[in-house]
Design a binder for this molecule. Structure first.
Ligand SMILES: [Zn+2]
Length: 420
């Protein structure tokens, strides 16, 4: 972790001011603020959608019902800013523009107490404010230790009153590799694990999943040659679940796509596609799973179990939050393709906490192509025609996402270049 002390920070935005009259100086924008409930149920993540990361940030909680935030960035534009609607937790978001950047004050409803910490999203642009529920006595302690920021004068925060709170202003670069070039394709089941079966038709999930997965891989190799395709299996072999996630981690996968077939033996009429985006389970045990799986997570840095602190776990959670946004987007693109182009019945995009897969610390989706228990759908999925339709729908979703992603990265790099 890098500490950002106030002195270099002041220098930083003073330098920014000197260059702010330069017409080539790219304007940064704060477009909107969105709020997501944390997957562990312990609070919220507030996302500040920025066109480019700000120079620095300061967070202060001078009273139990207010969170003050300063985005230090000269000429931060908020012209198209959309404030989130007020909810039972969040009353109001108020903006305070000033020369050095933008102040944002969040006012909370009575009895809603949070400890706030800021992080940089892995996309390198957005600022994340993690809000973790605390007790009323804890919020009183936090408020006592915090300085009120005079929003009209915040450029003049007195450094001597900064009581060692720098850690809260730490930016974490959660993901350096911004490319989207390695796609891990995971055909579900295999070998002695057939997955779901339709015995009367003699069909196994593992065979259909493999056939469609290999087709998706061929389409990617043919049409997006700069993308590397990695298979967790390319024949009828058994691969343990934990090994599949590790394949993604080892190969520095940018996306993990797991392909399966559904079954509902008691309702043979059930049919349609489902795509899950993978996150942590919404349960108390999520933290326990993370602790148990630590030794696996840190494979890159060598063997041995890590003793992660709550804060490090939170960072991991936030990394996942960023991945979740990507995973959710891809999942909805896949379902759109199934529905609109492949003319399948879409049962929708869903979130799942599959512990065996989450230590693929990459964005991940799990696709259920349809129901093997439905004879009509089973015939379709077992046909060359059906497999081609489904594989090309998945391919188009991946291709479209990559185009969208690469474009956003190019814009980002363009902005950075024009700042130098
Ligand atoms: Zn399966």
């Amino acid at each position: 972790m890098k500490r950002h002390f106030l002195f270099p920070l002041l220098l930083l935005f003073t330098t920014g001011l000197l260059f702010s009259s330069d017409p080539a100086f790219a304007q940064k924008e704060l477009n909107r603020i969105s709020i997501a409930e944390r997957s562990d149920g312990k609070g919220f993540v507030v996302r500040y959608h920025l066109s480019e990361m700000v120079d620095s940030v300061k967070v202060s909680q001078p009273s139990s019902d207010r969170i003050q935030l300063i985005l230090f960035s000269p000429e931060l534009d908020t012209l198209d800013f959309n404030s989130p609607p007020s909810t039972s937790t969040f009353n109001d978001f108020e903006l305070f523009p000033a020369a050095e950047g933008m102040g944002v004050e969040i006012s909370l409803s009575a009895g809603q107490y949070f400890k706030a910490r800021s992080y940089t999203d892995q996309n390198g642009r957005d600022l994340l404010l993690a809000l973790e529920r605390v007790s009323s006595s804890e919020i009183d302690e936090i408020a006592d230790a915090s300085d009120e920021i005079d929003m009209s004068l915040y450029g003049y925060v007195n450094p001597t009153r900064n009581n060692g709170e720098d850690e809260d202003n730490t930016f974490l670069r959660l993901r350096d590799n911004m490319d989207f070039n390695v796609i891990v394709l995971d055909a579900g089941h295999g070998g002695h694990d057939p997955g779901t079966e339709n015995r009367s038709m003699g069909l196994h999930e593992k065979d259909i999943a493999l056939a469609v997965t290999l087709k998706v891989g061929e389409y990617i190799k043919e049409h997006i040659p700069d993308v590397e395709v990695v298979y967790t299996r390319n024949d009828d072999t058994f691969v343990p679940l934990s090994e599949r996630g590790l394949t993604a981690t080892r190969n520095r996968g940018d996306l993990f796509v797991s392909i399966h077939v559904n079954a509902a033996p008691n309702s043979p009429s059930a049919h349609g596609t489902e795509t899950f985006f993978l996150g942590l389970a919404r349960s108390e045990s999520a933290l326990e799973v993370m602790k148990r799986e630590n030794s696996v997570v840190d494979l890159e840095n060598g063997p041995g179990s890590l003793d992660l602190s709550e804060e490090e776990l939170l960072v991991y959670e936030l990394t996942n939050t960023g991945n979740l946004a990507i995973s959710e987007r891809i999942a909805s693109m896949v379902e759109n393709q199934f529905k609109n182009r492949a003319q399948r019945r879409s049962r929708g995009v869903k979130q799942a906490g599959l512990e065996a897969l989450w230590h693929a610390s990459t964005p991940a989706v799990l696709i259920e192509l349809g129901f093997l228990s439905n004879p009509t759908e089973a015939r379709f999925l077992n046909s060359e025609y059906g497999q081609t339709i489904m594989a090309s729908a998945i391919f188009r979703a991946i291709r479209d996402f990559k185009l969208e992603y690469d474009k956003s990265i190019r814009n980002d790099r363009g902005n950075q270049a024009s700042n130098e």
